[in-house]
Design a protein around this ligand. Structure first.
Ligand SMILES: Cc1ncc(COP(=O)(O)O)c(C=O)c1O
Length: 457
């Protein structure tokens, strides 16, 4: 009989390999290092967004084409980072380039409605089964607006979010995103911990926190605050602690409980929308919420966002009771790119291609993991997936805390030093694009095989 049990990894071996890989990383990126020094004089941490600062140092990029990007030192990478999950169309897709170029020559901003707004809203309504849409410019704005709509529609103040879900950087939801173990509270009743300086405790206290995949905890929370909870916001598959799927029946249970307590169910589909299925997690898992938040992939690489909802919930915007607005909302450049992305690039054939690639990744990686008896597992659906550096499944944040972050970092270094760019951090996942091919996936699999060999030697 084959021994299918995983074998422990040596912590000393991991640290030795990290030292070697960091040296190799730095030796190949002198120009990135120079730019970082220069950038530090004008930008805190040398980057425009703190997410872009990751060890050993940020990689400054020069250009992208298809499934590849090139850094300022001339290193080429297969891009699975894809701009934190935005570039499902791949880089410089000819149809997106054509749409943006056409619109750039006809005017990039009016702050007046254009026909493309309607075309994009109609297509999103078709995909998500929700009739009414408004536009924003980022995922943060989408969840901010959804929360306000939920509060306006119910006349209530409290929110419920899932422990460790990230919904953007506004105050109401930047609560318990990665709470430190000494502050996070008991597993079945997590604390509301502000995730940044500058967030008033009074604001964080309006956001209650429950664990993912735990209907009993949600039920208790709703029961404890009768008539006070405006909305429950859930990322239907958690994508900021790796890739954590909902238990069968969990989302339907969340919808049922939320509605029984007169609250609004919000799905944050900023990452899952358009990537797990044409109609996102809503379609994939067969549960339609009251509000859906989109951003990232819908704009084909330009800043974008949208909130969609049921007629009766969006009525507060229709009536003017809730303010939903912004100078750049429905910007013609964004809408031209979104129209091309949704109608010309992310077609049924494209989803079939993504599904095939996901299978290539899953099968190849599972084979490597089994062969080397690694304490890892793989989750992959369509454009999204990840290796989780833990043998047992992860169902929530407390499980995720058991993931070996040092192996995750070593794995990132191995990929980066061997021509694959991944989003940094154990919490991140890969994004495939319609322009990736099986050979791109194979490079990732081969790199993991190399890591496995080195860990075991
Ligand atoms: C699930 C989710 N919601 C919201 C956001 C915020 O989006 P943005 O960075 O466009 O503001 C993110 C960003 O990664 C996200 O992953």
């Amino acid at each position: 009989m084959t021994d299918t049990k995983t074998a422990e990894l040596s912590a000393t071996r991991i640290e030795t390999l990290i030292v070697g890989e960091e040296a190799r990383f730095r030796a190949a990126r002198p120009r990135s290092a120079d730019l970082l020094q220069r950038a530090r004089r004008v930008m805190p941490r040398g980057v425009p967004s703190s997410f872009q600062d990751s060890p050993p140092q940020p990689v400054y990029l020069d250009r992208g084409q298809g499934s590849r990007v090139w850094d300022v030192d001339g290193n080429e990478y297969v891009d699975f980072h894809n701009g934190f999950g935005v570039m499902v169309v791949g880089h410089a897709h000819p149809l997106v380039v054509a749409a943006i170029s056409r619109q750039a020559g006809r005017g990039t901003h009016f702050a007046q409605p254009v026909e493309d707004d309607i075309v994009v809203a109609e297509e999103l309504a078709r995909r998500f089964g929700l009739p009414q849409w408004r536009f924003t410019n980022s995922g943060t704005e989408s969840t901010l607006d959804a929360v306000r709509i939920a509060r306006g529609a119910t006349g209530r103040d409290l929110l419920v979010k899932i422990e460790a879900s990230y919904h953007g950087h506004h105050d109401a939801l930047m609560v318990s995103v990665e709470p430190p173990p000494d502050q996070m509270g008991p597993a079945d009743h997590p604390a509301s911990v502000p995730s940044s300086g500058g967030i008033p405790k009074a604001v964080a206290d309006l956001t209650l926190v429950v664990p993912f995949n735990d209907l009993a905890a949600l039920s208790r929370m709703l029961e404890a605050h009768p008539g006070q909870i405006a909305g429950v916001i859930v990322e239907p598959a958690m994508m900021n602690i790796g890739f954590v799927l909902p238990d069968p029946g969990y989302l339907a249970g969340v919808a049922d409980l939320t509605h029984r307590h007169g609250a609004v169910l919000i799905f944050d589909e900023v990452k899952t929308g358009l990537t797990l299925a044409p109609g996102g997690a809503t379609e994939r898992f067969g549960v339609t919420p009251d509000l859906v938040c989109l951003a990232k992939a819908m704009g084909g690489g330009v800043p974008c966002g949208a909130v969609g909802g049921r007629q009766e919930v969006m009525q507060v915007v229709e009536d003017g009771e809730v303010a939903q607005m912004g100078t750049f909302n429905g910007n013609p450049l964004t809408m031209a790119a979104a129209r091309a992305t949704l109608l010309e690039v992310l077609t049924p054939d494209a989803y079939e291609h993504l599904d095939t690639l996901a299978g290539t990744m899953r099968d190849g990686l599972q084979q490597v993991i089994a062969e080397h008896r690694l304490p890892f597992h793989v989750t992959a659906i369509m454009a999204r997936g990840c290796v989780t550096y833990r043998a047992e499944p992860v169902r929530n944040y407390r499980d995720y805390l058991q993931v070996d972050k040092r192996v995750a970092y070593l794995s990132w270094l191995y990929q980066c030093n061997r021509g694959v760019l991944m989003a940094p951090g154990a919490e991140e996942n890969w994004t495939l694009s319609v322009q990736h091919q099986a050979a791109d996936c194979q490079r990732y699999v081969d790199n993991l095989a190399q890591l496995a060999q080195d860990l075991r030697s």
